[in-house]
Design a protein around this ligand. Structure first.
Ligand SMILES: Nc1ncnc2c1ncn2[C@@H]1O[C@H](COP(=O)(O)OP(=O)(O)OP(=O)(O)O)[C@@H](O)[C@H]1O
Length: 928
């Protein structure tokens, strides 16, 4: 025996030798010795034969093993029979259930009436009454009623449990391999989300259905694999709700979702995250996560209105189950966006667009169902993303359940009628027009089928209990085989661990990895086209590479600039009809000033938003943004010397621009491309702005104009010329289109002219005196130039004055003055060429009165006169008068020149403006 054992297992041979040697040492026969021997024996593996010296035990064990193996084989046989029975029961149950659902209709329609909310007035009379479990009565008027029939009607007091009991057969059908689709349809605020999602206290259809799926899968004798996906259709675009949406401009874009179909009509959504879930809790966590990313917003009808269609997909895979309809099938839960009468909701802007998109897709859904109803050869699935996605779950071979929600409120009667008509249209797909006898027969058949289902269920349960018992017996006998449920769990766990772990916190990178997995698995014919790859930025990348390569960054937003409408009233950009494309601007600027930008978690991807203007670094409100846009345009031009109409226009000192843009950062490093874009936009601004709009702009904005003129005006003619040029600019601005004319850059928002004078004090320090004048709605008029001044400012009337700054850079001195407008308009009399002293005084007074801070907007325009080394020849008088208009302008210029000189000197002398009574000749003499 020893030899036999040794030959069987060398390790046991050595063990027996060890024991024998220990036995030989009788002196060592202590309690410790005995204990160690016992330990050795105890630690022997079960299949290990007993040590040598115990032949009797071994024989007994062998006998026992033989007996138990016989019992085990018997049990296995029984189990095989029972499993076959179970399969048969499953098959029968599937058939009966299918028959039952066919009788009920592949598209079943249930109606749920929302309860009256606290404080809600439902009207003069109750317009909606649930007659019985399948009829709704609608009181249209006091004398006119209309009734509607449905598969089931839930009264306002119906519980979530009751609703789910009607949904459950569809869930069972889904486990049998049928595609299924459960919709919640209805007017906004009627409780669709409540039914589908529910609340923590009253869970809705989706959590209950997921729980039922897992429970029934465990009860089944097959192994199921579930994967969970969630998306929304927001304004015609598919958004994965399991991927956090980008919140910052530079956040990576989520992969583009597109719908693929195979030749058999199967639909797959490319790049949609599908996470393998092994139990209900995991699925629930994902569901809650997805719900957080939904687009919701407050509307007139619902403070938490869903602004999209929310779709939850559960894919079920079960291999080795021939009785199932297909190996992989899916269940869709769809919380449709609420149909709304836009007139009633008074939606506008983004809400309006969302409402329109929802209504359109609902209408497409109705068309599809109608085509199915009429068995048309062409079903217009392609009319909306919603019907495209659900294509393979809406046909003949799938189970559809529509929960129509209606409001009990009399005010909502119109919408209720629409919803009920829609539901009736949907319902008649399979039921058709049948007489009452057929209806009754059908009901009897259905009751019969229901009883059959119950019977089969009972038999199944019995068989299942037997299987469980036998499996446990077998476990005891063999001692190794896990129970059936353990096997199932282990299988799930194994499968689950094989795949990427669902990170329930959903870190962005991880979800992307998960998302990539299904992409690599989709068949070749479902792979994205070149076009869609380009669209999603995945061109030339395999799916694996897609995972590794960092996702495409959001394009720099300035590249989006396509169209610009100039904002009208600067103080209310969001209300301006002519403002920068509303949606895009709001999205880009993250301005939350209007209802338009309050859709939570929504990301603007719609085609309607392609016209967007997004500028670099635009975190501010639209107004500075527009200013910046203008400034950038200006910078692009003025920082380069160039020829304009055969005249060399030198570069303008860049630092000056810091002052130009009030509160804005300097952006000198603009790319030509951007500048080009902005130019393009300028053109559009010009085209869009009309005279009256310009007037509004003038009143609301502040900017600085620079006018570069290539000669120094030294006499009246030059002043006239400048004046007329300014007038020309002004005219062009008013009249649009605006055109560059001498001025280097024109800002439509402002025109102002100023004058500066550079003086050098005893210490050689340059100082400047400043005068400020407001350019009103009329002309700019006057200018003055000191002998050593490099810059000339053109001043305008009806003004208040203040010095902004002055400096000398290279050979150019810069002085900026600014005008504050006064409330009063400049007396038109000053436009007269021969305006006299009296007018001057009037002007003066008005100007002085104008120094009331905060009375008007500041505006300035600077005329920069380039220093001309060679003084110009005095101009002949006849050249001065080209037209009557020029004459008038020259008069105004001359007049204002004098005023500005007076002001300047007054300032120098420290005299108050009001106390001036000197003749202007005095000041002229002083000046010259
Ligand atoms: N059967 C119900 N029992 C209790 N409260 C309900 C019921 N139906 C709806 N409500 C309540 O009515 C309000 C609106 O419901 P819900 O948001 O579900 O409407 P909706 O149809 O999804 O609206 P929308 O289409 O705008 O998203 C919620 O506060 C919800 O709790």
């Amino acid at each position: 025996m020893r030899k036999v054992m040794a030959s069987r297992d060398p390790s046991h041979h050595s063990l027996s030798e060890t024991i024998h040697s220990l036995l030989g040492l009788k002196s060592h026969l202590t309690s410790t010795w005995v204990q160690s021997v016992c330990d050795i024996i105890t630690n022997l593996p079960p299949h290990c034969p007993q040590p040598q010296g115990q032949p009797t035990d071994l024989t007994t064990t062998n006998l026992e093993t033989d007996t138990s193996s016989d019992a085990a084989s018997k049990i296995r046989d029984e189990l095989a029979i029972l499993t076959a029975h179970m399969n048969e029961f499953n098959k029968r149950r599937r058939q009966v259930l299918n028959e039952f659902l066919n009788l009920k209709g592949n598209i079943r329609v249930l109606c749920r009436i929302r309860p009256i909310a606290i404080g809600e007035n439902f009207g003069r009379f109750r317009p909606v009454v649930a007659l019985d479990s399948s009829n709704v009565l609608l009181r249209l008027t006091d004398s006119k009623n209309k009734s509607y029939s449905f598969d089931n009607v839930f009264r306002p007091g119906s519980s979530q449990d009751e609703v789910f009991s009607e949904v459950e057969p569809v869930i069972k059908s889904a486990l049998d391999g049928y595609n299924a689709c459960i919709f919640a349809y209805g007017q906004t605020g009627t409780g669709k989300t409540f039914t589908m999602e529910g609340t923590p206290e009253f869970p809705g259809v989706v959590p209950r259905a997921i729980e039922a799926l897992f429970r029934q899968a465990v009860d089944s004798n097959h192994v199921f694999l579930f994967s969970f996906s969630m998306l929304e259709i927001y304004m015609g675009n598919l958004r994965d709700l399991l991927i956090p949406q980008p919140t910052k401009a530079m956040d990576p874009l989520p992969p583009c979702l597109s719908i693929q179909s195979d030749p058999n009509g199967g639909i797959e959504i490319e790049n949609l995250v599908a996470i393998q879930v092994s139990d209900f809790n995991q699925a629930l966590k994902l569901y809650k996560l997805g719900c957080r990313f939904r687009s919701t917003a407050s509307t007139n009808c619902n403070s938490t209105s869903s602004r999209s269609h929310c779709l939850i997909r559960i894919s079920i895979t079960c291999s080795g189950a021939p009785e199932r309809r297909r190996e992989t099938n899916k269940v869709w839960f769809v919380d449709l966006g609420g149909s709304e009468r836009l007139l009633k909701t008074k939606a506008w802007g983004r809400r309006l667009e969302e409402g329109k998109a929802i209504n359109l897709s609902l209408s497409s859904l109705g068309d599809v169902i109608s085509a199915l109803q009429n068995r048309k050869s062409h079903v217009p699935y392609r009319n909306s993303k919603l019907t495209q996605v659900l294509k393979d779950s809406l046909g003949q071979d799938s189970k559809t359940l529509m929960l129509v929600h209606i409001s009990p409120n009399e005010e909502d009667l119109c919408e209720t009628v629409c919803s009920l008509n829609f539901a009736t249209r949907v319902r008649s797909v399979h039921l058709g027009k049948t007489d009452s006898t057929v209806e009754r027969e059908k009901e009897v058949a259905m009751i019969d089928l229901q009883q059959k289902i119950k019977l089969i269920e009972a038999e199944r349960q019995e068989a299942r209990t037997s299987i469980k018992k036998l499996t446990e017996e077998l476990d005891k006998l063999t001692g190794t085989s896990p129970s059936f449920s353990e096997q199932l769990d282990a299988y799930h766990l194994y499968k689950y661990n094989e795949r990427p772990q669902p990170n329930l916190e959903i870190s962005r990178n991880k979800t992307r990895n998960i998302a990539a997995a299904p992409l690599s698995q989709i068949p070749r014919f479902m792979r994205p086209t070149v076009c869609s790859r380009r669209k999603s930025g995945l061109e030339h990348l395999t799916s694996e590479e897609t995972v590794r390569v960092p996702a495409k960054r959001r394009r720099p937003m300035d590249h989006h600039a396509n169209s610009v409408n100039f904002p009208l009233k600067g103080t209310s950009e969001s209300n301006s009809e002519c403002s920068i494309s509303r949606n895009s601007c709001l999205v880009a600027l993250k301005v939350k000033s209007s209802a338009d930008c309050e859709t939570e978690y929504s990301q603007d991807l719609s085609e309607s938003d392609t016209k967007e203007v997004v500028l670099p670094g635009q975190e501010a409100s639209p107004k500075p943004y527009v200013d910046k846009w203008l400034l950038l345009n200006n910078n692009a031009n003025v920082t380069r010397s160039h020829f304009h109409r055969n005249k060399w226009i030198p570069a303008i000192p860049t630092p000056e621009k810091k002052h130009i843009c009030n509160g804005q950062k300097e952006t000198d490093n603009l790319q030509d491309k951007k500048v080009h874009n902005y130019k393009f936009a300028t053109k559009q601004i010009i085209n869009h702005n009309k005279l009256e709009k310009h007037a509004c702009v003038e009143g609301s904005q502040r900017s600085v104009q620079e006018v570069v003129i290539n000669k120094t005006p030294t006499n009246l003619k030059d002043y006239d010329s400048i004046s007329s040029r300014c007038n020309y600019i002004k005219d062009k601005l008013d009249g649009m289109p605006m055109e560059k004319h001498i001025c280097n850059t024109i800002y439509p928002s402002d025109i102002w002219c100023s004058s500066s004078h550079l003086n050098q004090d005893d210490n050689g320090i340059h100082t400047s005196s400043t005068t400020q004048a407001l350019l009103g709605e009329t002309e700019c008029s006057d200018s003055s130039l000191s002998g050593d001044s490099n810059w000339c400012q053109i001043s305008t009337a009806n003004s208040a004055y203040s010095v902004l700054d002055s400096r000398k850079e290279s050979s150019i001195s810069v002085l900026r003055i600014e005008l504050k407008s006064c409330c009063q308009q400049l007396c038109t009399a000053i436009c007269e060429e021969d305006c006299g002293k009296e007018d001057s005084d009037t002007l003066f007074k008005r100007s002085a009165e104008g120094i009331r801070p905060g009375l008007g907007k500041m505006r300035c325009q600077r005329a920069l006169f380039m220093e001309n080394a060679t003084p110009k020849e005095p101009t002949k008088p006849q050249q001065l008068i080209k037209s009557q208009e020029d004459d008038m302008n020259s008069g105004i210029c001359h007049h204002l020149k004098q005023k500005i000189q007076i002001l300047w000197i007054s300032t120098l002398l420290g005299l108050g403006l009001r106390n001036l009574g000197l003749e202007q000749e005095f000041f002229l003499g002083l000046m010259l």
